[in-house]
Design a protein around this ligand. Structure first.
Ligand SMILES: NC(=O)c1ccc[n+]([C@@H]2O[C@H](COP(=O)([O-])OP(=O)(O)OC[C@H]3O[C@@H](n4cnc5c(N)ncnc54)[C@H](OP(=O)(O)O)[C@@H]3O)[C@@H](O)[C@H]2O)c1
Length: 299
């Protein structure tokens, strides 16, 4: 007898999808540091053929920090021409993003990103454009490149690495939070678009993760301007939270769930009391939640 609840459950639950398998190709953007390097390592350990990216794969830092057995190709998400060259770079090592002349990319972890800081009033247009090119358009365009091969293969996983600041906005980090909220919306929308093709899409929102990213933040602040004092307080707390944050491996464990699960969830999170913050946000008034986030950053 047909299940009378079948249509109901199909609408409200995630259906099982074909799984990616060891030997499949995984592409991790920004695999020379932090979360990307840890994820590339975990994918190698799980038996995938792992290709990582770096803006400069020959640089001593990239060579030293790239995990063993990870092949590096050049990619600068801030440069549209570099993104255009990515399918050719992959073809040179035998991977065909269409899946016709070689194995396609089966797993994409959109990880590389810029951590921008500054009050809304003082963010230069060119900085905003670069941030959205790197953190949003770059992720979207790389995903567009690999989807034909995933669809042809009938299986795939895409993970967008956002940030808890995409769910919980913080003063002086509006541009960064907006870029992460944007990839979350792309991810959640694409999730339904790609389900019929056996492709799972998830968003990973890390909290404070100890990767050293504090040394690589971009900062836009007028030191003699009206926001300087509060901005510095926020940044000091942000950097302290990061260095006291959890190890990148904890984020990687969630990303691997998204990659290996038959029913990948829409959203994964780790760090910054994520297990409390997301349920609390459903109960508390928005203003109260925003106040808690600000308070954790000293303002
Ligand atoms: N760490 C945290 O507390 C935290 C919290 C929330 C979200 N996140 C997000 O998690 C992701 C990884 O963060 P992380 O802390 O691991 O960062 P990270 O240690 O600074 O590593 C960033 C990686 O991205 C690459 N990269 C940087 N700019 C790039 C660009 N324009 N184009 C292409 N690649 C670029 C870097 O490689 P090359 O220098 O070799 O090019 C590096 O491998 C980011 O999207 C970040 O926003 C981090």
């Amino acid at each position: 007898m047909p299940n009378p609840f079948a249509r109901f459950t199909a609408r409200f639950t995630t259906p099982a999808l074909p799984q990616v398998v060891p030997g499949d190709v995984a592409l991790v953007t920004g695999a020379t540091s932090g979360i990307g390097a840890a994820t590339a390592t975990a994918l190698v350990d799980a038996g995938f053929r792992v290709i990582g990216t770096s803006r400069d794969p020959q640089s001593p830092g990239a060579v030293a920090n790239t995990p063993d057995h990870v092949e590096l190709v050049p990619l600068d998400l801030g440069d549209p021409a570099s993104i255009d060259r990515l399918p050719g770079e992959l073809a040179d090592i035998g991977v065909d993003v269409t899946g016709q002349a070689g194995p396609p990319v089966s797993v994409l972890v959109n990880n590389a990103g810029e951590s921008q800081n500054g009050p809304l009033e003082e963010l230069p247009r060119d900085a905003l454009e670069r941030l959205f090119q790197v953190n949003v358009l770059g992720h979207v365009e790389v995903t567009q490149q690999v989807l034909p091969g995933m669809r042809a293969q009938g299986r795939g996983r895409v993970v967008f690495v956002g940030s808890m600041l995409g769910s919980f906005p913080l003063a002086h980090r509006g541009s960064y939070g907006a870029s992460k909220a944007a990839v979350k919306a792309f991810g959640f929308s694409a999730r339904r678009e790609l389900r019929p093709f056996g492709i799972g899409v998830s968003v990973m929102e890390p909290g404070a993760i100890d990767t050293g990213i504090s040394q690589r933040r971009t900062v836009y602040i007028d030191r003699s301007g009206p926001y300087a004092d509060e901005f510095d307080t926020m940044l000091t707390h942000l950097n302290a939270n990061e260095s006291a944050g959890i190890h990148a491996d904890r984020v990687t464990a969630e990303i691997m769930r998204a990659v290996t699960s038959r029913r990948p969830k829409p959203l994964y999170a780790a760090g910054s009391s994520a297990g409390v913050a997301f349920p609390a946000a459903r109960l508390l008034p928005r203003d109260a939640m925003h106040g808690i986030i600000a308070g954790r950053h000293g303002i």
